[in-house]
Design a protein around this ligand. Sequence first.
Ligand SMILES: NC(=O)c1ccc[n+]([C@@H]2O[C@H](COP(=O)([O-])OP(=O)(O)OC[C@H]3O[C@@H](n4cnc5c(N)ncnc54)[C@H](O)[C@@H]3O)[C@@H](O)[C@H]2O)c1
Length: 253
Amino acid sequence: METSNRVCVITGAAHGIGAATARLMSLHGMMNVVLSDRDKEGADSLMNHLNTIRPKSSIAFTTDVSDSKQVSQLMKAAFDRFGRLDILINNAGISQSKVAKTADSSLEDWDKVIAVNQSGVYYGMKYAIPYMLEQGHGTVVNVASLAGLVAAPNNVAYAASKAAVINMTKTVALEYGKKNIRVNAVCPGYTDTNHFDQLHESKPELKERLLRATPMKRLAKVDEIADTIYWLCSDQTTFITGQTLTIDGGISL
Ligand SMILES: NC(=O)c1ccc[n+]([C@@H]2O[C@H](COP(=O)([O-])OP(=O)(O)OC[C@H]3O[C@@H](n4cnc5c(N)ncnc54)[C@H](O)[C@@H]3O)[C@@H](O)[C@H]2O)c1
């Protein structure tokens, strides 16, 4: 898979799936990686690590993806620094602060989750695609979730935001297919990250139940999600667009 020197922007790159993807893109794919996260310290620390191994290959930006101006500035800064923008991984995402049935859920939670998980993905594509059009190619991978495919009781905002990501993926793929821009999504199942821990810290018995319900009887590792994202960005998948790939150890079955 020849991917060296490509420029890849990753949102939510400081931790979890985003950080694993950034490491893979940089150290295996030999790409230039633009790490963006609202956590400046985390993104800087990963940047320093990657630049120690591959000097000047990585830059970090503090970006809140729910702020359209910041996302626009991020894409411009990436293009100005490296002169191209080949790959966008829209990965940043949050879970609801409170798990509750719809009538008991908070408006604040709804607004926040939709702003980050749904609008953040829209802003990423809106502001990266013009650079991809200019150079005549591009690849986007949006990180959705199992919760966007099947019902996710007590998580209405999260479920809605991830279902929106799946349909935005199909819609944008259709819009730009003839311009050589591919757009795909991944739907991780339960994955071993902070995000999963936060979701279940108050309910350890639920975590056990989910593990039992997963045919492969374990959580996904972040590297397993990163491998799939990398593959979808590579030249091994040049005719795949508008697709949603589920990586869930079989639980959706
Ligand atoms: N962990 C799971 O079980 C699981 C399952 C399905 C989907 N996902 C999705 O995978 C993606 C990555 O999640 P993760 O599990 O690695 O979580 P994580 O919490 O480990 O990492 C998320 C990263 O996103 C960053 N972030 C959060 N809000 C942001 C914002 N407004 N702007 C910029 N950065 C922001 C965080 O600082 C963090 O670095 C998310 O979209 C999540 O919804 C996770």
